[in-house]
Design a protein around this ligand. Structure first.
Ligand code: BGC
Length: 746
């Protein structure tokens, strides 16, 4: 007999009743063990046959045991398998939860689809977030969210652990590429857009999906640059720089948040009531589900050592405010939480608060009415239309950093092109970590339809002979000789350099320089005197200052995804005119990096070549500044005008600028507006991005763009308690090289 039919009279199963009533009804029927189970998330390895991530197949006995005896509410992850396999697995798992447990509560399945449905074979793979940031086009974040939803939602992936809303401030940090960049405003716009695209209504399934903002908060700025290492951060800095992207996503309805695995100011975020309850719940108004990161309750005692044992660790996390534990490979959390309730350390009411949020999420997503994957639209996964959208994002993310004597685009008459470097023939390097598998997959697992840079160049320049040579340099003396021979007859040389895929701490490094063998290769290329094009395929800005002067042109390609090689080839051939701008400051030195929006005193250094004086010059520490990016055309900024140079607290003023395409080909410019608060009681950033807009202009065409300044939104800043401070004084608005000053009177 179907267990559901026995309880049908119960109002939690009646969709005409309000969500709150359904939650209360269900909660009132749950045992303590069932509540603890809802607060637990287990990994796929606990319910599959082989106990490894890539085995997406259900062992029903294992699932039955966990669902019937431990009432587990959520499962996660796997690796890229065909959609049919995902469907079968989720269907079977869900059917045990719904049909074979006492209350029939559906599970919510969570997964890391980080740039497209990245744990699905055949899916559309977008550029990583750092590239989306470079487009300064929020439409690409929306489309990434939407297409990820369309390709994974029908498979029962109800919950996606994206977007990452951390700030890319330390270039050593191996998760740099998962972020949209270093600027809070850019991140807020991108994150909000992703959430709307992902969580919005989709026709292919009757249920809804949940996005996750991660990792709350301050995760990305460890002193050493290594993943999950300590962070010291003032609350004011948290409010001003780290909070806004999370706040914007929360205000856009983002349903869940994942916690930072590291410690902030001496307290692991998972044990921080100040951050999870004081800040996230009370100040930021987040009402959704807070999930831990991987095994992070256990880590309070075996990694951070803030707890003596698992029970104490669980107590700390529960008191801090977590709702669900991604335990995820044992039942230790369940055991500890039960102990804590039984010995009176945690009240059942406290559990009810979290279980309410989890059940509410499941009701709001419609899982009680539609627990099974819809399976719709599988034929559309990875369709050409969607690939075109991913290609457009990749194209707009290419940043042209240098182009001496307009070497690029390469002349159509080129006859012989040599392509060297570790990314010349690599697909996996273009897509980076979190693709097909956690650390990226073996080269042969990438789709045949995907192109390498060499293949894409062959398509793009059909009349040229294209020779590729992966590695040259000291380590490869044999190929170095071959290289010299081929280079001799080449018209130009492309160097595809950078990094191999890595994810999280696996990507920790101790030296930010591009590895020596690659620098050696670039020197060898530059030594030939042939036109050289350096293409950087990497998840973070590796330092290359010593080779910059001799390299003719440089393209930052980041991690552009499955369509990335074509985007790169299109820039090289001139099929597209590059329009990307750096969403981060590209450092010049391995041991010195300051963000573009640094404090006034941050760029002081002693320079004995300049009259033994102290110099303030941020460009001296950065190779390329945030927002830098060249085009094959030129844009002139003229006539910056303000509607008034004085305003009061409740006034608004409008700034106007004319942008002209002064070259002779069509081009797109991201127009970035910055504000400077000239004096502040809490020292103010030298400038801050407040608005951005893309404009496409024909040769000779001019666009007039405006931006309205509203004091409370654009001129205030948060104090140590997060409350807004608005001070009288001068401000400067800057767009392009144009600046204008105005006065705020209070
Ligand atoms: C990562 C998260 C991810 C989780 C689940 C963790 O190691 O920090 O970003 O969502 O694993 O795979």
């Amino acid at each position: 007999m179907n267990i559901n039919s026995m309880v049908y009279a119960q109002s939690y199963l009646d969709s005409s009743v309000s969500v709150d009533e359904r939650v209360e009804d269900l909660l009132s029927r749950m045992t303590l063990e069932e509540k603890v189970g809802q607060m637990t998330q287990l990994n796929i390895t606990m319910v599959n046959h082989e106990g490894v991530q890539r085995d997406v197949s259900l062992d029903p006995e294992k699932a039955r045991y966990l669902l019937q005896n431990h009432h587990i509410g959520s499962f996660l992850n796997g690796e890229a398998v065909p959609p049919e396999q995902w469907l079968e697995y989720i269907n079977e798992l869900q059917s045990i939860a719904v049909e074979e447990t006492r209350l029939g509560i559906p599970i919510i399945y969570g997964i890391d689809h980080m740039h497209g449905a990245s744990y699905l074979e055949g899916s559309t793979i977008f550029p990583h977030n750092i590239n989306l940031g470079a487009t300064f086009n929020i439409e690409h974040a929306r489309q990434t969210g939407k297409i990820t939803a369309l390709e994974s939602g029908p498979l029962g992936h109800f919950w996606n652990f994206a977007p990452v809303l951390d700030l890319a401030k330390n270039p050593y940090w191996p998760r740099f590429y998962e972020t949209f960049g270093e600027d809070p405003h850019l991140l807020s716009e991108m994150g909000r857009s992703y959430v709307k695209g992902f969580q919005g209504d989709h026709d292919l399934f009757p249920y809804k999906l949940a996005a996750t903002g991660k990792h709350f908060i301050g995760y990305s700025v460890p002193r050493s640059g290594w993943d999950r290492t300590p962070v010291d951060l003032s609350m004011q800095t948290i409010h001003e720089f780290h909070r806004p992207p999370f706040q914007a996503a929360i205000d856009a309805g983002m349903k869940t948040i994942m916690v930072n695995s590291g410690e902030v100011n001496g307290i692991p975020a998972h044990a921080s009531k100040e951050l999870l309850t004081g800040l996230l719940r009370d100040k930021m108004g987040f009402e959704g589900v807070i999930v831990t990161d991987w095994a992070d309750i256990g880590k309070l005692y075996n990694f951070h050592k803030t707890a003596r044992d698992y029970d104490e660790a669980t107590l700390q996390a529960i008191e801090a405010g977590i709702d669900m534990s991604m335990t995820p490979t044992s039942l230790r959390f369940n055991e500890s939480l039960l102990n804590l309730v039984e010995n009176g350390s945690v009240t059942e009411e406290r559990l009810d608060e979290s279980v309410r949020r989890i059940l509410k999420l499941k009701f709001e997503l419609g899982l009680f009415e539609h627990p099974y994957p819809s399976g719709q639209g599988i034929d559309e996964i990875g369709s050409n239309d969607r690939k075109d959208i991913a290609l457009k994002a990749a194209q707009e993310s290419m940043v042209l950093l240098k182009n001496s004597e307009n070497i690029l685009p390469l002349s159509k008459s080129i006859e012989k092109l040599l392509v060297v470097g570790p990314s010349a023939e690599s697909k996996r390097n273009l897509a980076g970590g979190w693709t097909l598998a956690w650390q990226g997959a073996a080269e042969e697992n990438y789709p045949e339809s995907m192109k390498t840079i060499t293949e894409a160049l062959r398509n793009e320049l059909p009349n040229a002979e294209i020779i590729s040579m992966e590695s040259i340099g000291k380590k490869y003396s044999k190929t170095r000789r071959e290289f010299n021979e081929v280079a001799e007859s080449a018209d130009a040389i492309i160097i595809a350099a950078g990094e191999e895929p890595y994810t999280e701490f696996v990507g920790n490094i101790t030296d930010l320089s591009l590895p020596e063998d690659q620098l050696e290769m670039i020197r060898a290329v530059n030594g030939t005197g042939k036109p050289s094009v350096l293409v950087l395929v990497a998840g973070r800005p590796r330092v290359i200052n010593e080779v910059v002067p001799d390299t003719d042109s440089i393209i930052w390609a980041g991690l552009p995804g499955f369509e990335g090689a074509e985007a790169i080839a299109h820039v090289i051939s001139g099929k597209i005119n590059p329009s990307g701008k750096l969403p981060f400051s590209y450092p010049q030195f391995v041991g010195h990096f300051i963000p573009y929006n640094h404090k006034p005193s941050a760029a002081y250094y002693f320079d004995d070549t300049v009259a033994n004086d102290i110099v303030v010059d941020v460009e001296a520490t950065q190779m390329w500044e945030f927002g830098f990016g060249l085009s094959y055309t030129r844009f002139n900024y003229e006539n910056l005008e303000l509607s008034s140079t004085e305003l009061k607290e409740n006034d608004r003023i409008t700034a106007k600028i004319s942008v002209t395409n002064a070259g002779d080909i069509v081009g797109t410019e991201s127009v970035l507006w910055f504000l400077t608060d000239e004096v502040g009681r809490i020292s103010r950033p030298v400038k801050e991005l407040v608005h951005f807009e893309r404009v496409t202009l024909e040769p000779g065409e001019t666009a007039e763009l405006t931006f309205t300044i509203e004091p409370e939104i654009h001129l205030s800043y948060p104090g140590f308690d997060g409350e807004s401070i608005l001070e009288e004084g001068y401000f400067t608005i800057q767009v392009g090289e144009k600046k204008s000053r105005f006065y705020l009177e209070k």
